[in-house]
Design a protein around this ligand. Structure first.
Ligand code: ADP
Ligand code: ASP
Ligand code: MG
Length: 418
């Protein structure tokens, strides 16, 4: 039997009526002759609520219990989806991660897949079951503990199942009808893309476009999964939505194809760090060990202050997720206490956002940075930090200008035009 993976996100299973609506989409594919693996998220808001419960109970919580709690929303929707399909006369059952089993590493709250053995689910399909409903976002460690894959992780569960079971396609049903040139909530000029290259989607996702979890795009790229994003609220057919695919399948070639933003950024500056060989390693080594995901880094030129007893000093600035600032500060204080570094102070700016423009066309076109900076300067937006790679340019700016900056860049690169 040909097989499809269909994933429904939180808003698509937010209540019983929406679960029924999603189940009808599954029913239609079964009627077309497919066996279906359905991956479900928790009802929207549930995971956040449970994260709140955990944080309200314990400040330095045990990550294993965090996963035990926050994974539970998906169990509810998996069971309800199986029940709804049964009510429609479709042979379906639910699977929690450990029942499959979805084997993962023990890195709680950011676990990675180790293996997804097919035997149990294949045996049920062979018995005549048409649909396996699998709880997204969760797995089980070698120690037998429940794990989760990080926020938005059900996308990754879906792609992993599509790869493991050789699905014809992996359809991600969500509350927008595809991948847009930027978040359609920020500007109504955002334009839906029919196709987007894996590499561009990977950059957009990792730079904040939460329509797909970054890891899901990585897996799809590696295992050549045909990945599609489409709306669970509209009539859809095989041509709906956005296909994430190889670069050479795409005719349209714009230099910049999308704008992403992330409000979850903080800028940390170590003021007047002693400047000598090895200083960067002495700063970023401890940060890495403390699990701080450093993104952008800027080091100022070295200065020697007149009359200072110190040698040359420099300011070192880096960005990291807002919720890792406390950990970063502690790591730096520990490094000072251990005699690894010296500095005059730490300045934290949590009111920043990162805005990025992405496009594979940048590889062969100059001038993107100039256009970007000009557009921001026209709006009087000050740039605090800049980072570039082959197919993206990111800037850190004051968070209050985030929407304005996204809109200005969307206009500057004429993304509303096909
Ligand atoms: P789900 O619960 O279905 O997983 P998410 O909320 O995780 O849905 O992701 C969908 C949301 O991603 C959209 O509602 C949209 O606001 C946001 N988004 C951000 N960037 C983009 C983009 N470039 N294209 C489409 N949606 C985007
Ligand atoms: N329910 C989880 C979350 O909110 C996983 C997901 O929806 O993909 O992060
Ligand atoms: Mg999501």
């Amino acid at each position: 039997m040909p097989l499809l993976v269909m994933k429904f996100g939180g808003t698509s299973v937010a209540d019983l009526a929406r679960i029924e609506n999603a189940a009808k989409k599954v029913q239609a594919e079964v009627a077309r002759g497919y066996d279906v693996i359905v991956i479900v998220s928790a009802m929207s808001g549930e995971t956040n609520k449970m994260v709140g419960f955990v944080e309200g109970t314990s400040k330095l919580y045990d990550a294993r219990e965090y996963d035990a709690v926050v994974s539970s929303g998906e169990n509810v929707t998996a069971g309800l989806m199986a029940l709804r399909l049964q009510e429609m006369g479709i042979a379906a059952r639910s699977w929690q991660g450990w029942q499959v089993p979805i084997n993962t590493t023990s890195a709680h709250s950011s676990a990675r897949f180790v293996s997804i053995p097919r035997d149990n689910i294949d045996a049920k399909f062979a018995e005549g079951f048409k649909v396996a409903v699998v709880a997204g976002f969760q797995g089980v460690s070698a120690e037998g503990r429940v794990t989760t894959l990080g926020r938005g992780g059900s996308d990754t569960t879906a792609v992993a199942f599509a790869a493991a079971f050789g699905a014809e396609r992996c359809d991600i049903y969500t509350d927008v009808d595809g991948v847009y040139t930027t978040d359609p909530r920020i500007t109504n000029k955002a334009r839906k893309l029919d196709k987007i290259a894996f590499e561009e989607m990977l950059e957009l996702a990792s730079l904040g476009a939460k329509v797909l979890q970054t890891r899901s795009v990585e897996l799809a790229m590696r295992y050549k999964v045909r990945l599609r994003v489409l709306s669970s609220f509209e009539e859809t057919d095989e041509n709906s939505g956005t296909l994430v695919c190889d670069e050479d399948e795409i005719m349209e070639s714009k230099v910049v194809s999308g704008v992403a933003y992330s409000r979850d950024e903080a800028k940390v500056t170590l003021v007047r760090v002693e400047d000598r060989p090895g200083i960067a390693a002495a700063i970023f080594g401890p940060l890495a060990e403390a699990g701080v995901n450093v993104d952008m880094i800027v080091q100022n030129i070295s200065e020697v202050e007149v009359g200072s007893s110190k040698g040359a000093t420099t300011d070192m600035t880096f960005s990291c997720p807002t919720n890792q600032v406390a950990r970063a500060q502690k790591a730096m204080e520990d490094a000072v206490a251990a005699g690894m570094i010296t500095y005059d102070g730490i300045v934290v700016d949590s009111d920043v956002a990162k805005i990025s423009v992405v496009g594979i066309g940048m590889r062969s076109h100059a001038g993107v940075a100039a256009t970007m900076f000009k557009a921001l300067s026209k709006e009087n937006v000050n740039i605090k930090v800049i980072a570039t790679s082959e197919i993206k340019i990111s800037v850190l700016i004051d968070r209050k200008y985030m929407e304005l900056a996204v809109q200005a860049l969307h206009d500057a690169f004429e993304l509303e035009k096909a």
